[in-house]
Design a protein around this ligand. Structure first.
Ligand SMILES: [Fe+2]
Ligand SMILES: [Fe+2]
Length: 297
């Protein structure tokens, strides 16, 4: 808003002397419609998919959202994703898939992964890896939302620097929209917190995935970026990060390999709901979601 010299701003009643009145802009921005983005933490196998099928209709009815993102790297038997399972999860109302290191565990679905436009893989994998690291989606309202997937390097594969790639990708996305959600798939809490600070003010949210354990540190950073170290796991919590605890114990106690079956008990839906000002792209709220499903499949 530009005021004529010597006139006071209608919004804040200060003389703006012909310059932009920051307070008025802030007020207009505050009253802009808000967009709610549902983020769903790593979905683990059949129990995780069942949790989604139960909770998505409930959230759509009771806690309406404008866009949903789901990390699907463990959706097929705990490892990877198949085309059939992807179409099932899309049918629950999920708009965008993000992923991570387990995405390619099923060789038979590599062709599908390469062509699915609503599936993202971490943007800092080598360029020869098929798939897309970011995408801009258009909401029903016409507003655009960018989603970026990155993977950490601490205790993980030595990929390209996620910070450098983040800066480059965010610059490109911001040419189209200032509403940007980042899934940072990383092991180390420190690396995830550092990414939150690095992108603060540049994106709407930085949400961590991969550890399968939800952190209780959701916050809005000073620049307006919502942050949580890990969104947690949608799947069986009577487990070791989603897998049968007996097998995990066998592997730790013997050092021997044994195939990991997905566990079944104590299924929970974990994620976060982020509220974003549609004009400024800044987050105004982040709510951690952790919902028990009382009955097993
Ligand atoms: Fe995972
Ligand atoms: Fe992972």
């Amino acid at each position: 808003m530009t005021e004529k010299p010597g006139r006071s701003c209608k919004e804040c009643h200060t003389l703006s002397d012909g310059k932009e009145c920051g307070q008025a802009i802030l007020k207009i921005s505050d009253s802009a419609p808000h967009i709610k983005v549902l983020f769903i933490g790593d979905v683990i196998g059949k129990p995780g998919r069942w949790a989604l099928s139960q909770i998505m209709p409930y959230l759509e009815r009771e806690r309406p959202f404008d866009f949903s993102i789901c990390n699907v790297e463990n959706a097929a038997g705990g490892f990877g994703l198949t085309e059939e399972i992807a179409s099932t999860i899309f049918s629950y109302g999920v708009n965008c898939f993000t992923s991570g290191n387990h995405l390619w565990d099923r060789k038979e679905s590599h062709n599908y992964l390469a062509r699915e436009e609503n599936l993202l893989r971490p943007a800092n994998y080598p360029p020869a890896v098929p798939g897309f690291g970011s995408k801009v989606f258009t909401l029903e309202s016409g507003r655009k939302i960018g989603v970026l997937n990155l993977q950490g390097r601490v205790y993980m594969q030595p990929l390209d620097c996620p910070f450098t790639v983040a800066r480059k990708e965010v610059e490109l996305l911001r040419k189209e929209t200032n509403i940007i959600i980042v899934d940072f798939h990383a092991e180390a809490t420190s690396e995830k917190q550092a990414m939150g600070w690095y992108l603060d003010g540049q994106v709407s949210a930085v949400i961590g995935t991969h550890t399968h354990v939800q952190s209780a540190d959701e916050k809005i950073l000073p620049g307006g970026t919502a942050f949580i170290t890990d969104a947690g796991m949608t799947g069986p919590h009577e487990s070791v990060i989603g897998m049968e605890k007996e097998v995990a114990l066998y592997r730790f106690l013997t050092g021997l390999h044994k195939r990991f079956p997905v566990a079944e008990g104590d299924v929970k839906f974990c994620g976060a709901m982020v509220t974003v000002n549609s004009l400024s792209g800044k987050a105004t709220n982040i709510e951690r979601l952790r919902i028990d499903l009382p009955m097993r499949r």
